[in-house]
Design a protein around this ligand. Structure first.
Ligand SMILES: Nc1ncnc2c1ncn2[C@@H]1O[C@H](COP(=O)(O)OP(=O)(O)OP(=O)(O)O)[C@@H](O)[C@H]1O
Length: 642
């Protein structure tokens, strides 16, 4: 067991962790095979004890609470919690983060701290990266929670006000991380519309006991348990949460977006604008501004919401930085955003500050009115408001310092339950994407012949579709999981570990996806993961790798590289090295694979630093203003609106 950085207030004592586990085991033997009513009576007693002031992380509460959860899991799910799961649960009960490798059983580990923190009667919010995982965890764990006499609710995306409020009344509420933030903003808007005044004042009044007629959704922010905490607090935290008034009418400035699109098509890179080498930014050059402000510039138009050159800038970004089937899809004449690290498609989100409209113009769709931002908050500021914040992930290494700096969280590494049997195979280096596809097809075919299931992780819907076309031409049996497929996601995942299965997927098959092997698949070597190219965030790669060799199963992983990979093109020194390697194929050794992996890791670290610095700026600005309300016509940071 290891602490990944400086100790802070809520760090558990590493030396005491095994003693707590032993105490839970002892306490469980005393209540083993008790009937449901007895377990509920014990829970009630413990609840009273906590509500009289006992600490959740005190030895007595941990021992009895842990024992009750273990016994309920055994009776309802027929499973016995592993020591590593109890250890992780104890770390969370202290208000810290447990790094537990992928597949080690985090879903069940999070149950004990959820129950313990719920004993206060003030509600626990369990946040997951997406609705699919929130629903799955809720459905699995609700019977256990109810067995102990507690209640559980889940926020579905389409739940109305009443259903949401009912879910929040429960002891434990499951939802995707962003849903808690948006509901907080909704409550703040409701308070403001009934009474006026500064956002937050009314809530403070209500917490002090003053009467309020407003029907709020949330009971407050006592405890948040974040599954995949690095996704919720780091990856997702690059954009703020912005609550907006729906705007589905034709935009008054639609003609201006169209004109901007036409002008943008006449401008050229390097002469009029410049794109950052990593593709992250696009800057207009003086010659570009000059070209934009010619005689035809609609500068006096009353419909202009921003300066004319900003419209053209948006149109340029829409063309060069936002790609269909990579950043968004178009269905039913609507632009729908794809989440970069999870591959999920969001139906009800839009990019803000006119970017969405510029993309609609590019795609030849009806240009909708920009949504009016009503309230906004950074996820960093929102989650810092909880009395207790804790969570778990398989990939905290690499962002432990940020969790510590922004959220004052300690990260404790929990060891593997059984040694990993995952084999990392020598990477494959190709001249271009075509060669890469051919070699992936060959490898997948060989695996299928010997019965080994294969998961091929691609970067985008577009890449997954292009690969799928190749597989179709070759007559190979495969499934496609990219959010656009007709078949149910859960069914595809359930079949992905069967003997001879080939699954081509986006990051949808990453975090949280639990692929079960059948006996023949295990005998054939377990799940083989092919990664078609590195992600800029190494944790996304590690999550995909983590679909194989879970809980001591066999499994393997192989990376593919090509000279035209976007990440390699950003790093000429890697491209040169790779070219030399391709020219001397006989020289490939494990050491070379490792060297290449190290070079890519350096790029990923640089990317992560840049992103962390953006998040730091975002939080500092948010903390400096302390505003939740968005003043009309002010520009906000690039975010995603709902
Ligand atoms: N105590 C247990 N006994 C038996 N099976 C278990 C136990 N705990 C977890 N499992 C099984 O192990 C598998 C992995 O669990 P889970 O999906 O919770 O892992 P995870 O750590 O969340 O993985 P990921 O990091 O990929 O999200 C599941 O099939 C689960 O049912």
């Amino acid at each position: 067991m290891r602490l990944l950085h400086n100790r802070c207030r809520s760090t558990p004592s590493l030396r005491d962790l095994p003693n707590h586990v032993a105490a839970i085991r002892d306490a469980q033997s005393a209540i083993q095979r008790s009937d449901r009513e007895t377990l509920r009576a014990h829970t009630l007693q413990l609840r009273e004890f906590v509500q009289r002031g006992a600490e959740v992380a005190s030895p007595k509460v941990l021992a009895l609470g842990g024992a009750l959860v273990c016994e309920a899991v055994a009776q309802v799910l027929g499973k016995s919690l592993y020591d590593v799961q109890l250890t992780a649960g104890i770390i969370l009960a202290h208000g810290a983060v447990a790094e537990m490798q992928t597949g080690e059983g985090k879903t069940l580990s999070g149950l004990m701290p959820a129950v313990l923190h719920a004993l206060s009667g003030r509600g626990v919010h369990v946040a997951t990266p997406n609705t699919y995982l929130a629903t799955r965890d809720f459905e699995t764990l609700r019977p256990v929670i109810e067995h102990l006499g507690l209640t559980a609710g889940c926020l579905s995306d389409d739940a109305d006000h009443g259903q949401r409020a009912a879910a929040y009344e429960c002891d434990i509420t499951y939802a995707p991380g962003y849903a808690f933030g948006f509901d907080y903003l909704r409550d703040q808007m409701a308070l403001r519309s009934t009474a006026g005044g500064r956002l937050g004042d009314q809530l403070r009044q209500r917490l002090r006991g003053a009467a309020s007629e407003t029907q709020l959704l949330q009971r407050g922010r006592h405890c948040a348990i974040l599954d995949e905490i690095d996704h919720v607090l780091v990856d997702d935290a690059t954009s703020p949460l912005i609550l907006s008034a729906a705007g589905d009418r034709e935009a008054p400035d639609a003609a201006i977006h169209q004109a901007a699109k036409q002008i943008a098509a006449t401008l050229s890179a390097e002469e009029h604008f410049q794109i950052a080498p990593d593709g992250s930014g696009l800057e207009l050059l003086p010659a570009g501004i000059e070209a934009i402000y010619d005689d035809s510039a609609p500068t006096g138009d009353p419909q202009l919401r921003r300066a004319w050159h900003e419209y053209v800038h948006l149109a340029l970004r829409a063309t060069h930085q936002f790609h269909r089937d990579v950043h968004y899809i178009v269905t039913a004449d609507k632009v729908r955003i794809i989440d970069a690290s999870t591959g999920r498609v969001f139906d009800d989100r839009t990019w803000n500050d006119g970017q969405h409209q510029a993309i609609e113009a590019k795609e030849g769709l009806r240009i909708t009115t920009e949504q009016t931002a009503l309230a906004r908050i950074t996820r960093q500021r929102f989650y810092r408001m909880y009395d207790v914040l804790c969570g778990m992930t398989g990939t905290a290494a690499g962002c432990a310092a940020e969790l510590n700096e922004f959220y004052h969280l300690s990260v404790v590494e929990v060891p593997l339950r059984v040694p990993s049997r995952r084999r990392t195979l020598a990477s494959v280096r190709c001249t271009d994407i075509q060669e890469k596809r051919n070699r992936i097809v060959d490898e997948a075919r060989n695996c299928q012949r010997r019965g080994q299931p294969v998961l091929i992780g691609t970067h985008s819907i577009a890449e997954s579709q292009q690969l799928a076309e190749r597989f179709e031409t070759e007559g190979l049996r495969f499934e496609l999981l990219n959010g656009k497929q007709d078949a149910d996601e859960a069914e595809i995942i359930a079949a992905a570990g069967r003997c001879g299965a080939i699954t081509i997927a986006t990051n949808l098959a990453g975090r949280g996806t639990d692929i079960h092997l059948d006996a023949d698949a295990a005998a054939a070597g377990g799940l083989h993961v092919i990664i078609t190219q590195h992600h800029a965030i190494d944790r996304v790669d590690r999550q995909l790798i983590g679909r194989s060799a879970r809980q001591g199963d066999p499994g393997s992983v192989r990376f593919y590289y090509a000279l035209d990979d976007p990440l390699i093109r950003q790093a000429p020194w890697i491209a040169r090295w790779l070219e030399r390697q391709i020219a001397n194929p006989s020289d490939h050794s494990d050491r070379d694979s490792q060297r290449l992996a190290n070079m890519i890791a350096k790029l990923q670290v640089q990317h992560q630093r840049r992103q962390a610095s953006l998040r730091r700026d975002l939080l500092q600005k948010d903390l400096a203003t302390q505003n939740l309300i968005v003043k009309p016509r002010t520009r906000s940071a690039q975010g995603i609106e709902k």
